[in-house]
Design a binder for this molecule. Structure first.
Ligand SMILES: C[S@@+](CC[C@H](N)C(=O)[O-])C[C@H]1O[C@@H](n2cnc3c(N)ncnc32)[C@H](O)[C@@H]1O
Length: 232
């Protein structure tokens, strides 16, 4: 029954990450507004990968987090609904001589891993591709795949509870200054067509699964990091 109305997460909404052009421009355009080095450092600090831990990277995109995490853990499962992104990430892993990443064309609602299997999950700038009900399905699936005591690093564009209109408008202006017309359009598409949700909704969705939010931080108005743990 559930199968009949399950959300089709393979259809692209907003930015079309199945397009080779979008994938090719992804890393250089994100360099305009992200400090990837410090994002990776923070993710590593929270997920604390070890040589016998497995990590799941959902919406791995061009593979930056997977590749860095793979250097210090047993295995990374890197999944994405865009085959174009996966091919790009795979080539990057190969050129970095990283061979402990298992790439799969699947997503939040379809990945198949045993329960209590991974020590950590990273979801960076990808959960907003799902409408809210499906975010909750995804977070429950993440909870199930995490080992007791396992950790989720969730980073995404989230709508602040207070003065959202002003904050979004200011953010679009900053993005235009950083990356010109391309980045302005990219950001407008985000808020017009994708499913970023309110901070209070994200927190409720996370805690309803049973995850404990151990840390949280907004940056640049709309980026939010949630450091979560599954009870032991
Ligand atoms: C903005 S990129 C983020 C890439 C990378 N994690 C980062 O932080 O740079 C979003 C990625 O999520 C993927 N994606 C979208 N919906 C998804 C889903 N339901 N399951 C898994 N990946 C998804 C897209 O194909 C895209 O590669």
């Amino acid at each position: 029954m559930y199968q009949e109305w399950r959300y089709n997460e393979f259809q692209q909404i907003g930015k079309d990450y199945s397009s080779q052009e979008e994938v090719d421009v992804y890393d250089p355009s994100h360099d305009d507004f992200r400090d990837l080095k410090s994002e990776i450092k923070e993710a590593k600090e929270w997920l604390a990968p070890t040589t016998n831990s497995k990590i799941l990277d959902i919406g791995c995109g061009t593979g930056n987090f997977s590749i860095q995490l793979a250097a210090c853990c047993e295995k990374v499962y890197a999944i994405d609904v865009s085959e174009t992104m996966l091919k790009f990430a795979q080539a990057k892993a190969l050129s970095n001589k990283v061979n402990n990443i298992s790439f799969s064309h699947t997503g939040y609602l379809n990945f198949e891993l045993p329960e209590n299997h991974v020590a950590g999950v990273i979801s960076s700038l990808s959960l907003h591709h799902l409408p809210d009900f499906w975010k909750s399905v995804a977070l429950n699936r993440i909870f199930n795949v995490l080992k007791p005591g396992g950790r989720l690093y969730l980073y995404d564009v989230v709508i602040p509870d207070q003065q959202p209109n002003d904050i979004i408008n200011d953010f679009i202006k900053r993005q235009e200054k950083r990356g010109g017309e391309f980045m302005k359009e990219d950001t407008i598409i985000h808020f017009k067509e994708e499913y970023s949700t309110f901070d209070w909704i994200m927190k409720k969705l996370l805690t309803d699964t049973g995850l404990i939010i151990k840390g949280e931080q907004f940056s640049d108005g709309v980026f939010k990091k949630y450091l979560c743990e599954k009870p032991k």
